[in-house]
Design a protein around this ligand. Sequence first.
Ligand code: ADP
Ligand code: MG
Length: 601
Amino acid sequence: MNKIKQLPPHEAQKIAAGEVVERPANAVKELIENSLDAGALEISIYCEDAGKKLIRVIDSGYGMNEEDARLCFAHHATSKISRVEDLSQLTTFGFRGEALSSIAAVSKVTLITKEHAAAQGTKVILNAGIIVSQEPIACPSGTDITITDLFYNVPARKKFLKTKETESRQIVSLFQACCISYPAVHFKLFSDDTLAFNCPPVTTIKDRVLQLWDTRMAQHLIEFYVRDEEKNIAISGLISDHQYYRYDRSCMFFFVNGRWVKSPQLAKAVCKGYLNVLPADRLPVCFLSMTLDPAKIDVNIHPRKEEVQFLNPKQLEILVQSTTKKLLEQHVSKQLGKSVAFNEPMAQPFIPRAFAPATFSTELPGSMPPGFTIPQPFAISESLQLQSSIMPVSLPEMNREDSLLSQETQYTVIGQLHKTYWLLEHRDGLLVVDQHAAHERILYERFGMRFEAVSSVSLLFPQVVELSKTECESLISNRELFKDVGIEIEQFGQSQIRVIATPVHVKDISFQEVLHSVAALLREKASLQQSELAKLLHHDMRAMMACKAAVKAGDELTNAQITQLLADLASVDNRFTCPHGRPTCWLFRKDDLEKRFKRKV
Ligand code: ADP
Ligand code: MG
């Protein structure tokens, strides 16, 4: 018997459909692109259950006549090209005539469409790609297409759909990209019957940013247009300045000849332009629109046209990187009134602390005379004591045995060095403590005691933090995790969260960064199990709050304050490293000092 069988056309079509539509956002993209290709100036998108249940796109474009309304679902039915050679001259998004046939093959579709001049429209209903009814209908001009039960007949693919949150995020990114590249179009996005975004036409991308994100972000954007005559490439758009950053790549958008593309290479090139400008692991915002000779790109390499191939990708990446760097240098130079270059080490001091510095909030004892002996024992690790070189060395394996705590050794506070380190005289030498690392550890341990033990205070003036709607939703649904670390949050308006109670030690810190970071973490770790996620978040939030609330390098402390903090440190576990793993203290042995000064050989 033959092994090879030819698949029946409807089965083959279902498989082919998977290439074009893998998830709801892909279907939404195809529908919006069709609307844009049809010259629509108003496009409303409706999604239920993140598009898994329903996707509906209504546009004010030129619509279709009765015959086209039926034909558009046929395989390779397109009004946009008639020969492959036409591809290089393409000005539309679509050209393969595959989208509608693919979507229809794996869902139930209702199409209502009417050309402007026509007296009446057409309604076509399809089930798994087969037309089940077609009739004339009275309707407004334009096209209204509804897709329900996506993948209902391909259970294997349906199973691979992600959580509602993840799928919805993809749709929102796509929506944002469309709004950015078509400022003249009125876009609306409804999610489960609520209007999530309403973006009437605007004249600048900055105005789009205000509609889609927030004022703070808009205030930190640098607008630009550059042209490389020799390479015949123009780049325009917006990038964030040195005082703003995000925690993920969700605000890095690239457009090539008007087409939104995902390009990790270009994202990397932009990030390289921010070298020495942004803290590690922080990401910029960018909306880069590149215009190249259409003959130098291939838009047909990706089944969903999400990527393009450049004839000379390296050239473009280098141009993007150097443009980014130059823009930042110009921007900062203008602000400072002197010229700066970011690849020099001097660039670092220009990075301001993005958020309000925390105030010192560990309770301190009353008045104490300076320079006295520490009343409480402060134990240091045996292995640290063995570390005798002053030269930079790698950190020794720390010895955290509890027995070390019982060493009731006395120290004298000499004072602060560079407002960053505490110098302590110890029987065995000079003990240097990093004030930020030490305080961070103290606070981290306190926040670990969970809500009942952490004294939480209700804020008289709750802090309001502006976030995106999706961020708000995910934070609110994880409200319990916040409670564990003594923070109480509540929804405030559609895209704001109010922090109404915090642990007593962090009442003065800005929660902007904490909430944004947690939202980013929730987004990245969406696939983790709830218990793992809770553990990770618990650690992260504690570390973050500790870091924000701890004294910083540069904060001046009295010896009394130092003494109190040393006593606090002596009482916590893991006191030899901060929550990020940096050492809190270092002993320069007396023996070693003597050797260096040739007192001893
Ligand atoms: P493509 O966009 O690649 O041509 P599609 O399957 O997406 O293929 O669409 C097939 C055809 O249906 C299009 O070429 C266009 O003529 C027509 N069409 C689809 N959507 C719309 C719309 N919203 N308004 C008007 N015509 C449309
Ligand atoms: Mg199309």
